[in-house]
Design a protein around this ligand. Structure first.
Ligand code: GYE
Length: 354
């Protein structure tokens, strides 16, 4: 920011002296070459290291970021896709430091392993904003702030919805044989959703039959579902840690002759998942093949932009900013779920609003 201010001041002085020389100080500066340079140099340069393009959620998140960090809004965005690899993210951050960007925005693939590179950013005096998943660092002054979802709460809310549904239909805990298709191991979204699931399944006494890694992708979701079906013939609920995995799981279940739906007492397999903004997943909720989705909002672009505006104005943004999220389902009887004093509304998705 300091660098931009100095450059801007130098160009302003140049423009003023040019104006005084050619037309006297009473007229406004003409559109000189120096002016157009001022505009380019005045842009706030943001280096964004994105996880990858593993899921529908991720693509929407990328779009959200790209749509706000535009030249018209006063930014130059350097976007790097890490293809789900932390080493690529570390390389990207180092290249941002070399290019002396104004801000580094990091959507970290996993939580650990960031201390060294974030110290390098701090030494270079570049503020780091963490978005979506979190980092687990020894010193949290290595980043200015974080904005994203409470993944453990999301997990608990979905489990709470299931419990309400089972009570409503008179399904007892021993009848629940549930498998968890996990997201990328070590990512906050996986850690939180798995923790929420573990706590609630223990609390309710469900029979947890398996955990399989699905890496948040449709193809891995399919592999995971095939593995589960091979070993656990009795599985009747699948807790998918995102919609991409859920769509993969549904394909496999249907190909093996099973019907996806909430009526587990009559042989259906219940699918629950997270995210909720993808068209295909919303159609599955509307037609009953997905029973419940914990909302995970991907629209972080405007949130990160407002953090940068605060920092530019010399204000201190809140360190941890949690986005409030609800639940999507097709069951009108369950209107809300409440956990740890937090009540969340259930939005019913049907053919009209899918
Ligand atoms: O739920 C999943 C994506 O970190 C919240 O990552 C994000 C998760 C999201 O691949 O679809």
């Amino acid at each position: 920011m300091k660098k931009r201010l100095i450059i801007t001041a130098v160009y302003m002085l140049m423009a003023i002296s040019l104006c005084c020389f050619t037309a006297g100080c009473s007229s406004r500066p003409q559109n000189t070459e120096a002016d157009s340079n001022v505009k380019e140099d005045d842009l706030i340069v943001v280096g964004f290291s994105q996880v990858g393009s593993e899921s529908y959620w991720r693509n929407m998140n990328t779009e959200s970021m790209k749509s706000v960090f535009t030249k018209e809004n006063g930014y130059r965005l350097i976007f790097e896709d890490a293809q789900q690899k932390q080493t690529n993210q570390i390389t990207a951050i180092r290249s941002f430091i070399q290019r002396d960007v104004d801000y580094i925005v990091l959507a970290p693939v996993v939580e650990t392993g960031w201390d060294t590179v974030l110290s390098e950013a701090r030494e270079a005096g570049i503020p780091v904003i963490i978005v979506d998943r979190q980092v687990n660092v020894s010193d949290d002054s290595l980043f200015r702030c974080w904005v994203g979802s409470d993944f453990e709460l999301e997990g608990k809310l979905v489990c709470m919805w299931m419990s309400k549904y089972f009570n409503l239909k008179g399904i007892s805990p021993e009848e629940i044989h549930i498998a968890d298709i996990q997201g990328t191991l070590g990512s906050s979204a996986q850690i939180g959703r798995t923790n929420g699931f573990n706590q609630m399944s223990t609390l309710y006494g469900w029979d947890v039959v398996d955990y399989e890694e699905g890496e948040f992708t449709k193809s891995k979701g399919k592999e995971a579902m095939s593995n589960i079906l091979r070993v656990h013939k009795n599985v009747n609920v699948v807790y998918c840690e995102n919609d991409s995995e859920a769509l993969g799981a549904i394909e496999v279940l249907e190909a093996s002759g099973k019907k996806c739906g909430s009526d587990i007492l009559n042989g259906e397999t219940m699918i629950v998942s997270f995210d909720g903004f993808n068209k295909e997943a919303r159609e599955c909720i509307a037609d009953g093949r997905i029973s419940c989705i914990g909302e995970c909002n991907p629209d972080h672009g405007p949130r990160v932009e407002s953090i940068i505006r605060k920092l530019e104005a010399g204000e201190e943004p809140e360190k941890y900013q949690y986005v409030t999220e609800g639940i999507f389902s097709n069951t009108p009887e369950i209107k809300s779920v409440m956990i740890s004093g937090q009540e969340r509304t259930v939005t019913v998705i049907n053919d009209q609003n899918k």
